[in-house]
Ligand binder design. Structure first.
Ligand code: ATP
Ligand code: MG
Length: 427
């Protein structure tokens, strides 16, 4: 399912929306807290993602385009493993960071849209993933940016996740049905990843695009969140929300956020509630091919309340009754709490984690089914050897100014495109 980009805040001038230098970006893109409610705290000492990135992101590798072409056999269709709103994802192998040893298998995401929005998402992803560190968040190995005569190239290189995404395993019938216990472990891990973003860092991070396809699964089905292109810094202390253009994915975004553009960590909690119902039912949040009354999952599940006798009719038939009915009811109730209309009544992600642990740890009998029904070139533009030799401060400065320059270039490209679109009356 693709992301939507719906720019609600018409008061923002084009200049504000256009690609800022990275320094500028720290003011306009990440700290839109200047348009938030309440209090007038001094924030001079507050460090944002760009500052944390300066401090933490030294281990990111910078790849040349050529190196990635080799890694993917010139972006061979045979190595393509997925496609999303940002671009195509390829499996590839790269040289290990130390330069010696076995090649490392990675996933390489190649931006296929030109222009500003893609570049901004790419920068956001590099910066957020350069800062965060948690077992339930995907690791960014490095990135590549090349501005040539034939346009810009932006790529992201991640650790390879053997079992693709939760989306593939619950919705794609080509895969065996995901067992109940595995589903529970996956939602617990994903909840822990979100709780870390909300509460485990110096700044609050709102993920903004929680959905089954962004929950990747490693060889042991351990979940890791990917795609930080839409992530935003949360409001600073004493403030309630960030006001922002509404972006996300239809079927997962919280109604209060869509309506007002007021973003809080409770927007992620809503999306999490949607995914809880997806793992219970095996249905997507939006399935347009179904009869009208069944298209919207959250509408459809209302017929089968957690306390009712009809509840089990809601469950994914592919589970073949191999699930704990009592745990399933509790998960549905938790989902209902996450999906409360009023954002402030929804639980925090830390509370969700605690509740999931309780549900999973309930006595075995209760959770069982009885009660239920290559080749490389040494042409890296910034080898790790160089990085370690350089002072860390100098290294990040170079990276920051490199990214800023790229931003300027994209801005230019983007303006040109904007003008072309206007004269051609492209909507
Ligand atoms: N690190 C990775 N390892 C293995 N497979 C991956 C990795 N990243 C992405 N994929 C695969 O590529 C698919 C597409 O991912 P991508 O994030 O581009 O799109 P999406 O999540 O489906 O949509 P959106 O662009 O709206 O996020 C994923 O569903 C997954 O199967
Ligand atoms: Mg994705």
């Amino acid at each position: 399912m693709k992301c939507f980009f719906y720019f609600k805040d018409k008061s923002r001038s084009r200049k504000q929306r256009s690609a800022p230098e990275l320094e500028e970006q720290s003011k306009s893109e990440y700290s839109e807290a200047d348009r938030v409610t309440k209090s007038s705290h001094s924030e001079s000492s507050r460090r944002g993602i760009p500052q944390l990135y300066e401090e933490k992101a030294h281990s990111l590798r910078v790849f040349s385009y050529k190196e990635l072409r080799y890694a993917t056999n010139d972006f061979s269709r045979l190595l393509k493993i997925g496609e999303g709103g940002f671009g195509s994802v390829y499996k590839g192998s790269i040289k290990p960071a130390e330069g010696e040893g076995d090649p490392v298998v990675v996933a390489i995401k190649k931006l296929n849209k030109d222009g500003l929005q893609g570049h901004k998402q790419w920068v956001a992803e590099v910066q957020f993933l350069g800062v965060v560190e948690h077992p339930n968040l995907v690791k960014l190995v490095g990135y590549c940016a090349m501005d040539g005569e034939r346009g810009i190239q932006r790529l992201l290189i991640y650790e390879y996740m053997e079992n693709k995404s939760l989306d593939d395993h619950i919705f794609n019938k080509a895969y065996p049905a995901l067992p109940w216990e595995t589903r529970l472990q996956i939602v617990l891990g994903a909840a822990q990843g979100l709780a870390y973003l909300h509460d485990g860092l110096e700044v609050q991070v709102i993920y903004r695009d929680f959905k089954a396809s962004n929950v990747l699964l490693d060889e042991n089905f351990k979940p890791k969140l990917s795609d930080f292109g839409l992530a935003r810094e949360g409001p600073v202390a004493g403030r309630t929300h960030v006001s922002t253009a509404v972006v996300g994915t239809y079927g997962y975004a919280a109604p209060d956020y869509i309506e007002t553009g007021h973003l809080t960590n409770k927007s992620d909690v809503w999306s999490f509630g949607v995914v809880l119902y997806e793992i219970l039912t095996g249905r997507r949040s939006l399935e347009r091919y179904r009869p009208k009354a069944e298209q919207k999952l959250l509408e459809w599940v209302k017929q089968f309340p957690a306390n009712s006798k009809k509840f089990s009719l809601l469950m994914d038939p592919r589970l073949e009754n191999q699930y704990s009915r009592s745990a399933a009811r509790k998960i549905a109730k938790l989902a209902d709490n996450c999906l409360l209309k009023s954002a402030k009544d929804r639980p925090t992600m830390s509370q969700v984690v605690e509740r999931l642990k309780q549900i999973i740890q309930q006595p075995r009998g209760e959770n069982s089914s009885e009660d239920s029904l290559e080749s490389f070139e040494n042409d890296s533009v910034d080898s790790d050897k160089n990085t370690s030799q350089m002072g860390a401060a100098e290294s990040w400065k170079r990276r920051m100014s490199h990214l800023a320059k790229l931003g300027e270039h994209v801005e230019g490209v983007s303006r040109r495109r904007f003008m072309i679109m206007q004269s051609a009356k492209v909507p």
